[in-house]
Write a protein that binds this ligand. Structure first.
Ligand code: PA5
Length: 412
C-alpha cells in the first residue's frame, strides 16, 4: 500500500515529525503489544497477524466444515463482528461458496434465509452458520441467530455440525455451544469487535470463502508503524484546524464495505468525551455526482483520504460509430481504468485548487496482503489518533447504553 501526503495534506512536515516524535514511546508500546502472544495488553489485536497457531486453528476448522455438499455460508453478527469479513468478501470477490450476512434485524432477509435453509435441506446439501458475537449477548445477533438455528434444527438432524460460534471463550454463548457439541472459535477477551478483523472473527469467513489468510496476516505484519503514526498526526493536525470530518473517498465500487469498516473504527474509537471525528464514506466516481459540490463549495470542515485499488484490468472503450464516438471523443481507445484514473486526478486537482487537504492510500493489488496491510495500518493509526486526542480508544460505553435500554424495553 502506498501512502502519499506531501504537498496535499495541508500541514507542515515539521509539525508531523514533531507529533510522530511525541508518539514514539507509544509506538514502542504498540510494537511490544504486537509481539505479546498472551494477548494481555489493551492493544492485543496487534498480535493477531503474528499468530500462527490461530491460522492453524482456522485451517483445521475449515477442513472440518468444508465439504463438497456445502452450498452456502451464513454469517450472523453485527458491527465489528461482521464488517471486516463483509469488507474482505466484497473487495476480493472470492469465487468460492456463496456468503450471506445477517446484521440488522430484518424480517424479509431472514425469511429468505429460512427459505434457503429449507431448500438446501430438501436438496440434501449443507450450509454453515457462523454466529459471531464477542459478548455473546448482542440483541440483533441473538434474535437473528435464534431464528436461523431453530430452522436449522428443524430440518437438519445433525444441525450442530453446521454451526460455528465465534465468541469470548467465557461467554454464555460459548458455554451453550460447547454443551451442544457445536464448534467454537475464540475471540480473545482483550480484542474488541472493531479491532477483531484479523482474529477468528474475520478469518473463518475469509478462509471459508477461499481467501488466503496467511497472506492477509503477512500483509498486516509488514506495516510501517511510523507511517501509520504520521498519518494519525496529519489527521489530528487537520482536526485541530476545524476539519471535524474524515471522508474516506474510495475509488472502487467493491471497497464500500471497507469504508464502512473504517467508519465504525473511527466512529466508535474516537467519539468520546465530547470529542470525535465524524467518518464519512464516499464512493468514486458516483459521489462526484452527489456529494462533491458540497465537498468543494461547502464548509471547509473535512479532511479526505482517497483510496484506490489497482485491479490490473484492461477493459477498453472501443470506437463504435463516428457519430456516437464524437460526443465524448477523448475516451475512445482508453481503458476504463485510465478513464477512472483521469477522473481521480481531476478530482484531486480540484481539491488542491481550493486548498482542501487530502492524503492518498493506493492499494497496489486486489490481494489479501494489501488488505491486511490496510487493516493493520488503520488500527495503529486510530490508536495513535486517540493518544493524540487524549481519548480511550477501546471503550464504547454508549453502544452499551442503547443495548441496556433496549433490553429493558423488551423485558416489559
Ligand atoms: O466494535 C465493537 O465493539 C462493537 O461494534 C461490537 O462489535 C458490536 O456491538 C457487536 O458486539 P458483539 O460482538 O459483542 O456482539
Amino acid at each position: 500500500m502506498k501512502f502519499t501526503y506531501k504537498d496535499t495534506c495541508g500541514v507542515k512536515q515539521s509539525e508531523i515529525d514533531a507529533l510522530v516524535k511525541k508518539l514514539s514511546p507509544y509506538l514502542a508500546q504498540l510494537k511490544t503489544a504486537s509481539q505479546d502472544a498472551n494477548y494481555s495488553t489493551d492493544e492485543a489485536c496487534l498480535h493477531l497477524p503474528f499468530d500462527e497457531s490461530l491460522r492453524q486453528l482456522i485451517a483445521e476448522t475449515v477442513q472440518k466444515k468444508k465439504s463438497e455438499h456445502l452450498r452456502e455460508v451464513m454469517v450472523v453478527g453485527i458491527g465489528g463482528s461482521i464488517l471486516g469479513s463483509q469488507a474482505m468478501c466484497q473487495a476480493l470477490r472470492p469465487s468460492g461458496i456463496p456468503f450471506s450476512f445477517y446484521d440488522t434485524v430484518d424480517s424479509r432477509k431472514i425469511i429468505t434465509a429460512i427459505e434457503t435453509i429449507k431448500r438446501l435441506a430438501a436438496e440434501e446439501r449443507q450450509l454453515l452458520v457462523n454466529i459471531i458475537s464477542k459478548s455473546g449477548a448482542t440483541i440483533e445477533t441473538h434474535a437473528n441467530g435464534r431464528v436461523i438455528l431453530e430452522i436449522l434444527k428443524e430440518v437438519f438432524p445433525e444441525w450442530q455440525k453446521q454451526v460455528v460460534v465465534t465468541s469470548e471463550p467465557e461467554s454464555k454463548l460459548s458455554s451453550w455451544a460447547r454443551e451442544q457439541g457445536i464448534d467454537t472459535l475464540p475471540n480473545p477477551p482483550k480484542v474488541g469487535g472493531r479491532f477483531s478483523v484479523l482474529s477468528a472473527v474475520g478469518l473463518l469467513p475469509a478462509a471459508l470463502s477461499g481467501l488466503d489468510i496467511k497472506s492477509l496476516h503477512h500483509g498486516a505484519c509488514e506495516i510501517d508503524f511510523n507511517e501509520a503514526a504520521a498519518s494519525a498526526a496529519i489527521i489530528y493536525l487537520n482536526l485541530k484546524q476545524g476539519r471535524l470530518m474524515h471522508d474516506l473517498f474510495l475509488f472502487d465500487s467493491d471497497l464500500e464495505n471497507l469504508g464502512k469498516w473504517h467508519r465504525q473504527l473511527v466512529g466508535e474509537s474516537l467519539g468520546k468525551d465530547g470529542q470525535g471525528i465524524t467518518p464519512l464514506v464516499s464512493m468514486g466516481s458516483v459521489d462526484l455526482h452527489s456529494m462533491v459540490q458540497l465537498y468543494l463549495a461547502g464548509p471547509k470542515d473535512k479532511f479526505t483520504t482517497f483510496v484506490t485499488l489497482e485491479r490490473g484490468e484492461a477493459v477498453k472503450v472501443q470506437p463504435m460509430d463516428a457519430g456516437y464516438d464524437d460526443i465524448v471523443p477523448y475516451v475512445t481507445n482508453k481503458t476504463l481504468a485510465e478513464v477512472m484514473a483521469a477522473i481521480l486526478a481531476g478530482t484531486k486537482e480540484a481539491y488542491q485548487k481550493r486548498a482542501l487537504p487530502f492524503v492518498s492510500l493506493d492499494l497496489e493489488s486486489a490481494s489479501e496482503r494489501e488488505l491486511g496491510y490496510f487493516f493493520q495500518f488503520k488500527l495503529v493509526e486510530v490508536m495513535c489518533l486517540a493518544k493524540l486526542m487524549g481519548v480511550d480508544v477501546f471503550g464504547q460505553s454508549c453502544v452499551e447504553e442503547y443495548k441496556i435500554i433496549t433490553r429493558h424495553i423488551l423485558e416489559k
